[in-house]
Design a protein around this ligand. Sequence first.
Ligand code: ZN
Length: 413
Amino acid sequence: MWSVHDDAGERTHPSPEALVLREFGGHRSASLFPTRSKHANYFDPAQGPGMRRAYQDNGEGMNQPRTNPPHEDQRVLMSLIAGLPKVELHMHIEGSLEPELMFTIAARNAVSLKYESVEAVREAYRFGNLQSFLSIYYEACSVLLHEQDFYDLTLAYLQRAHAQHVVHTEIFFDPQCHTQRGVAFATVLSGIRRALVEGERAFGITSRLIMCILRHLSAEAAVDILEQAQLYREHIIAVGLDSYEIGHPPAQFVNVFERARQHGFLTVAHAGEEGPADYIWQALNLLRVSRIDHGVRCMDDEALVGELVKRQVPLTVCPLSNVKLGVFPRLEEHNLREMLHRGLCVTVNSDDPAYFGGYIAENFVAAQQALHLTASEIYHLSMNAIQAAFLPAAEKQALLDQAAAVYHQEIAS
Ligand SMILES: [Zn+2]
């Protein structure tokens, strides 16, 4: 999972990024983050007129190469990433199934895999688009049969999340992946729920569950799974839409989402990842979603950007996923930073971390390096995620206060 560290194998000395990633599992070393001089002309978003105006008016050319201000050495930035309380809003629990756990569960369930080893699985992760990824993803799900399997899967994610200072997570699950294999909805939900309760007790991580509908299956199948979810309404806050995007526009699920809202679910949808900006319009206007998952293609449509900015619709962007699936050829070409500066409520997430080379911290680190994100930008991305969470206002404020304390300590020390 430590992709940044692993990729740095040729370095003689560990980079600040690698050192920080090692630190995620333990205590942060004071010597690793030496005293820094306080800077004078630093844009302080917490005291400014709000991110939207501040970023819209800064006049900085988004396509221009740039470097961070001199006081922002990599150690400061990595320390900030490590220390900020993180909220994750786009993470598929089945996509956190690491190959090692896949083999462990397969063995105890006597499920045969077509891969001979963990290395063979990792080799298979060289997919080039959403379709080839999902083929492997669905096969990997075949090892998950019992309540304990879903518990182990979820607890393993929470342990990694805790090590990266995730304090709140809103997890997607794909029950249709399992019910169509004969695994009961209750089995899936019970295992995940038990781990979430344990995660809050042991790590203090709060959570919400979002049930995703597989868009490559029929609207009738979606209604069926929605009716099953309705039985567990108190444990599921929202309904989402995922899987193969192109050719499966949100409009196909208008009635399903209408019914979901009538049942009291909030709604979100994957849109504008590989699919066009029009799918984002459909998700907003037809499915009436609270958040857009991915949404990076919104930048193709000026009117859409204006609408998303005006309404401050959160966009749950997943940088490493986007590169792994070919949405952007290189992370340096990702539009995350440009989206932030346009005033969009953009957040950083891991999507399917076992497959895409990293959890949320690795996504922050990789995006910082590729796009030269400043401390202020990293802080804003974190605050956006807190604001976009399905949490009561008081809990959001407590997290915002925590984030502000970390930010000011990091940049002032
Ligand atoms: Zn996703």
